[in-house]
Design a protein around this ligand. Structure first.
Ligand SMILES: *Cc1c(COP(=O)(O)O)cnc(C)c1O
Length: 368
């Protein structure tokens, strides 16, 4: 009954915005990890390729394999990197790993020798986030060692920015300065990568200098850029809708939901919505969030249950059983992903990723 409508026209529009921002000399690597931030990875992979993406950004090896099983033959970058024991499958499925340990680089070299071809990798450098990557101090010996590996092709050199959504943070410039030093070091080691990349959505919009020759947009593809892009109106791609499964009149003084955290101050018309926290409707929306019924924002009453939640239909008096309920998206302020994130103490990324985790939401692609 719950449905996530994925508007492919909005996705195309967002890719168009990003292409304009990045300009013609910069390639776009659409990041479709985590099931395309909950939007459905195989479908958005195909859509991205139709729009000319030279490569796709998956997260784990398993995601890369899933793309291959969906007959996607294009280059796939495994942004999370791989464990040593996954190298065999990475080569078998022709997936391009991000490499941040010499151990994995050496294994890829051996695998390449066995396979009789050079294995493409992207080397990742930690320029100040303390996450994945060789540090600046490690860069010289690392690049020298990798340059000697005859069966490894360094197709890319990359880093990741920690504060890119903040246009004024000095951290981005500090990281980019370190990255520039690493790129120069790679040149001295004789490494000529096809792609040099650093920018996620925040950096694409707020730090032009971080673009190099490829950018890696994720959240902005789905219509929720982490920073305003002046002159560009990104569009929400996902709308999550359900229906009223029951409408009832509740007398004054009745408890609504578990623990009776809401007591009707007067007689009220209440709707029971199909869908609950098992579907990603965060329990923190209890007594706080709103959904939209018949174009009207109506508040959630009581605690969100696993499979249902209740809403106050006072502002939508004509609502009846079977009517549609917009939970997320749909172009309404009250159900925007930013509002959800604000009310639940998180970021749009997590809202998208949680939606449908229970596996009960039917995904429907529109405007294909
Ligand atoms: C997820 C991810 C991105 C995309 O980031 P957004 O903020 O969603 O644009 C880019 N690069 C790497 C390495 C990532 O893991």
């Amino acid at each position: 009954m719950l449905e996530a409508r994925i508007d492919l026209a909005a996705f195309r529009h967002n890719v168009g915005c990003l292409k304009k921002i990045a300009g013609p000399d910069v390639s776009l690597l659409p990041v479709i990890k985590a099931d395309a931030y909950g939007h459905g990875m195989p479908r958005l992979a195909r859509e991205s390729l139709k729009l000319g993406a030279p490569m796709l950004g998956a997260g784990t090896l398993e995601e890369g394999v899933l793309l291959r099983q969906n007959k996607i033959a294009a280059p796939v970058l495994l942004l999370d990197g791989i464990f040593p024991e996954q190298a065999k499958d990475a080569v078998k499925y022709r997936l391009t790993p991000v490499v941040y340990t010499l151990e994995v680089a050496r294994i890829m070299d051996k695998m390449g020798k066995k396979a009789g071809r050079r294995i493409s990798v992207h080397l990742k450098f930690d320029t100040g986030m303390s996450r994945l990557g060789f540090t600046l101090a490690e860069s010289r010996p690392t690049l020298a060692a990798v340059a000697r590996m005859r069966n490894v092709h360094v197709e890319g050199i990359m880093t990741h920015l920690a504060s890119s959504a903040d246009a004024d943070s000095p951290q981005t410039e500090n990281q980019l300065r370190r990255f520039d030093a690493i790129i120069a070091e790679a040149g001295r080691a004789g490494i000529k990568p096809t792609y040099v990349h650093a920018a996620n959505s925040g950096a694409i919009i707020a730090h032009k200098r971080s673009h190099y020759n490829m950018v890696r947009p994720g959240i902005s593809l789905y219509g929720a850029p982490p920073v305003e892009a002046k002159g560009f109106a990104f569009q929400e791609v996902m709308t999550v809708a359900s229906r009223l499964v029951l409408v009832k009149n509740v007398p004054q003084g009745e408890g609504v939901g578990y623990g009776a955290t809401y007591i009707t101050p007067r007689a009220k018309k209440i709707g029971v919505v199909m869908g609950g926290y098992a579907d990603g409707v965060n329990r923190l929306l209890s007594n706080k969030g709103s959904v939209v019924v018949n174009e009207r924002a109506v508040p959630i009453l009581g605690l969100v249950c696993m499979d249902n939640f209740m809403v106050d239909l006072s502002k939508a008096p004509a609502a009846k059983e079977g009517d549609e309920v917009v939970l997320l998206g749909g172009g309404y302020e009250e159900t925007s992903v930013n509002r959800w994130a604000e009310l639940t103490g998180t970021i749009p990324y997590e809202v998208f990723c949680r939606i449908g985790m229970g596996g009960r939401i039917r995904r429907v692609y529109v405007n294909g």
